[in-house]
Design a protein around this ligand. Structure first.
Ligand SMILES: [Zn+2]
Length: 459
């Protein structure tokens, strides 16, 4: 399998540190709001990647952290008039619910930053002792110039970074390039005791510490969205490699492209943030959302469109219907070796696509070829052919995380069909039957408002 490594800028053959084992760390959510569909794109991708690695027989250990203390959380807790802990609980629950709706497998460990303060203090102290960090009036900073390889992930030289670096008000850095490992707390902020006074950790240190604690000093894959490359992941490398003296901290740095809405970055100020809950509440099927998010290559920037999501929904329905037909088919014919060969060839191409930097759009198009073939050949299949077909469906389901629930057409789909039938009848001037349908719907409490709801979902 080849995978694109941000560190080298190239697609590389994937070779884990320990044969047969994969240790993967993904930067998880900061729990101060509901997850939007951009978060979903990132986490669904890593979920499918983990599923695929497991499918290939690797023993995978998957860690995804939860950032439950930071500036945004302090601000949001004040706005909502609740404590930071209450805020964290509320949005951890919300995140867990979204991940479950989207069929994301639970990571092996989901460590929370605030449960690892002593470990962070220990690493920060060691960095001070080794001369990589310094205390400044209750804060602790990492001295970037002490780590000559700084910039190797984001491909920036220290000289280039100097131009953009600045000291924010309240910071007590010696050099604008330095970043905080520990921040002294202000009045009313959450704080923990430390050798440098009460305070809280900077954001970057938690991922170095929790990754090392649960996966070891060097890991195979570290992931997140592209906006984490700098400074977050660059800083993680500096802290971790300075602390252990071992490089690389991580072998393959994998980053997902952003999801944009109306060609713009999702942001509160533009009012274009779409949460996972928004879409599901409006009747979209979580498996369709999942498949839609995987229909673009993970590194590409994807522009979200409801038309796209709706067409994925139709595709998914077709796949489900084909699977149902296949399951109930009686394979009474002689097996055709050529046909079995064709199925296996498509399956091979499906895997080739996934092995090529997890190219899901290409894998999906191969799978669609296969679905077409099933529909075409179904009346002529034998026992073994049916088995091979079912196997391919099951592989697809395992890796893409769809077709996991027993499929039943929803009430809204049935209702939608009835409404379509009614308008066809009216076109043919068969008013008597069309009025009878309308009357029946009304009697069942599915009058005008139900129809409007359906239209809202379908449009
Ligand atoms: Zn992180």
């Amino acid at each position: 399998m080849r995978i694109h490594n941000t560190l080298t800028g190239e697609k590389e053959e994937f070779r884990p540190i320990k044969e047969g084992e994969v240790r993967i760390y993904v930067c998880g959510p900061t729990v101060y709001d509901h997850s939007h569909i951009g978060h979903a794109k990132t986490f669904v991708f890593y979920d499918s990647l983990v599923r695929y690695l497991k499918f290939k027989g690797y023993d995978v250990k998957y860690v995804r952290n939860i950032t439950d203390v930071d500036d945004k959380m302090i601000k949001k807790a004040k706005e909502e008039g609740i404590t930071i802990q209450e805020l964290a609980e509320k949005y951890i629950d919300s995140f867990t619910e979204d991940m479950k709706s989207l069929n994301c497998i639970l990571p092996d460990v989901q460590p929370r930053a605030t449960a690892h303060i002593p470990e962070m203090i220990e690493v920060i102290q060691a960095l001070i002792d080794k001369g990589y960090a310094y205390v400044s009036n209750g804060d602790v900073y990492f001295s970037v110039r002490k780590f000559p390889e700084y910039g190797k992930l984001s491909k920036q030289r220290i000289e280039d970074l100097e131009a953009g670096a600045r000291v924010e008000p309240g910071e007590k850095k010696r050099d604008p390039l330095d970043f905080a490992l520990w921040k002294s707390s202000k009045e009313g902020e959450p704080s923990w005791p430390s050798p440098w006074g009460r305070g809280r950790p900077g954001w970057h240190i938690e991922c170095s510490v929790m990754s090392m604690k649960y996966l070891g000093e060097q890991i195979d894959i570290h992931g997140g969205a592209t906006d984490l490359i700098f400074p977050h992941h660059e800083n993680e490398i500096a802290q971790s490699e300075a602390y252990t003296g071992k490089a690389p901290f991580c072998r393959y740095w994998v980053h997902t492209g952003h999801l944009r809405v109306r060609e713009e970055k999702m942001s509160k100020s533009l009012g274009n943030v779409i949460t996972v809950k928004d879409l599901l509440k409006r009747g979209y099927d979580p498996e369709a959302l999942r498949l839609y998010l995987l229909s673009a290559h993970y590194r590409s920037q994807m522009n979200f469109s409801e038309d796209g999501l709706r067409s994925t929904q139709e595709t998914l329905n077709r796949i489900r219907e084909t699977l149902l037909k296949l399951r109930s088919a009686s394979p009474s014919k002689e097996d055709d070796e050529e046909l079995i060969g064709e199925i296996l060839r498509i399956k091979e191409k499906f895997f080739e696509a996934l092995d090529d930097d997890f190219n899901t759009p290409r894998a999906l198009s191969e799978f669609h070829e296969f679905v077409k073939l099933v529909n075409r050949e179904l009346p002529r299949i034998g026992e073994r052919t049916k088995e091979e077909m079912e196997k391919f469906f099951s592989v697809f389901s395992k890796i893409f995380g769809v077709l996991e629930k027993e499929y039943e057409p929803s009430v809204s789909d049935l209702l939608d069909s009835l409404i379509k039938i009614r308008s066809k009848l009216r076109e043919k001037k068969l008013y008597e039957i069309s009025d009878w349908i309308r009357e029946r719907l009304r009697q069942m409490g599915m009058g005008e408002s139900a129809k409007r709801n359906i239209r809202r979902v379908k449009r």
